[in-house]
Design a protein around this ligand. Sequence first.
Ligand SMILES: Cc1cc2nc3c(=O)[nH]c(=O)nc-3n(C[C@H](O)[C@H](O)[C@H](O)COP(=O)(O)OP(=O)(O)OC[C@H]3O[C@@H](n4cnc5c(N)ncnc54)[C@H](O)[C@@H]3O)c2cc1C
Length: 388
Amino acid sequence: MVNFDDTKTAFATKTDSQLKKAYWLFKLVANQKLVSFGKWSSALAMKIGLPIKGMVKATVYDQFVGGETIKDCRDTIEELHSYGVYSILDYSVEGAKTEDAFDDTMEKTLQTIKYGGARAGVPFAVFKMTGVARFGLLQKVSDGKELTEAEKKEFARAKDRIETICKEAGEQHISILIDAEESWIQQAIDDIALEMMRKLNKEECIVYNTAQMYRWDRLEYIKHLHEIAEKENFYCGLKLVRGAYMEKERERAYEMGYKSPIQPDKESTDRDYDLAINYILENHKYLYLVAGSHNEESTRMLTNLMFAHGLEKGSKQVWFSQLYGMSDNLSFVLAKEGYNVVKYLPFGPIEKTLPYLIRRAEENTSASGQTTRELNLIEKEMKRRGID
Ligand SMILES: Cc1cc2nc3c(=O)[nH]c(=O)nc-3n(C[C@H](O)[C@H](O)[C@H](O)COP(=O)(O)OP(=O)(O)OC[C@H]3O[C@@H](n4cnc5c(N)ncnc54)[C@H](O)[C@@H]3O)c2cc1C
């Protein structure tokens, strides 16, 4: 039985003062009102040019981001690797809208792939399709609407960027994760991801798409993908997550009067997440898994199922994944036990990583329960070390 309460292992990389800082930060973000105010005021301050970068950097940025550039992340990558924890360099700049910005994201992603290809410690890369393609365009394609001639060209350019990224990953023999986003652009993402898997996953599992199990239709999606993979004989990489856009999804469905794509309650999401894990392991001849979760029960269940399905702890078909700055008790304990663990390590300029940071802060408000988990563990470790 894996012991996720082993805080000595979980916080081995943290000095006493870093631990105290993390404690103070999680206490702050536990306050929902403060986070809402922070979200509103930081966006405004950035817009009107108030000098709040220093404050953001000293707080949420340092906790959740590796640095402004790939080079800044190097020490963190090496330190994590020395504990058996791998990294995924995540260029966390969101909201790109121009062709130049899309090209820039592609270039940055290619750099992360090349960096990973040349070193141990970085076996995956990741990107969001909205980083390389216009949101509205992906929505129009998802809706099955006819594109104008200009849009057809724009879409071809976007697909070129995606294919360039995926092919480079194939050449460097590292896997590429495609993040899942809002349901109303996801069809286009799923279709392109499938196209890339068909092209690149014949010999090894290079391309992984993401399934958000807070959607009630994703179990069927996974089964359908499996059927195609088996019939056409290619590997299907799946990153499983619960999903990060729940409020936004529900609000939009309510406002526009369509059936919400989100499960009725948390239990249903948990049930489908666990069923999906089981389905993937049962069909591991074709399906590869990255389990992106901070949920202790699902994580433990996966370790048990691997054993039940005869998969070795270090099987390259199963990766556990957490975000940098969160759930170190899972990451470091699993790695110590010999499981494959990889952490998303975001990087990017402070002001451009704000949407990512705000999501992390929101996820950690008291409502979600994540903060209680983090705080309890930090408190336990502070007590063990005799610091207050
Ligand atoms: C490595 C990694 C990669 C990720 N990549 C993506 C990605 O590509 N796309 C993406 O959308 N998210 C992504 N996420 C975020 C993820 O979707 C979750 O928001 C986050 O990890 C919390 O879920 P959990 O499994 O860790 O834990 P838990 O705390 O057990 O679950 C919280 C989640 O449960 C769901 N939930 C909560 N309440 C309800 C309710 N009332 N009804 C239905 N469902 C509910 C929500 O999805 C919520 O985020 C990623 C997370 C990780 C760790």
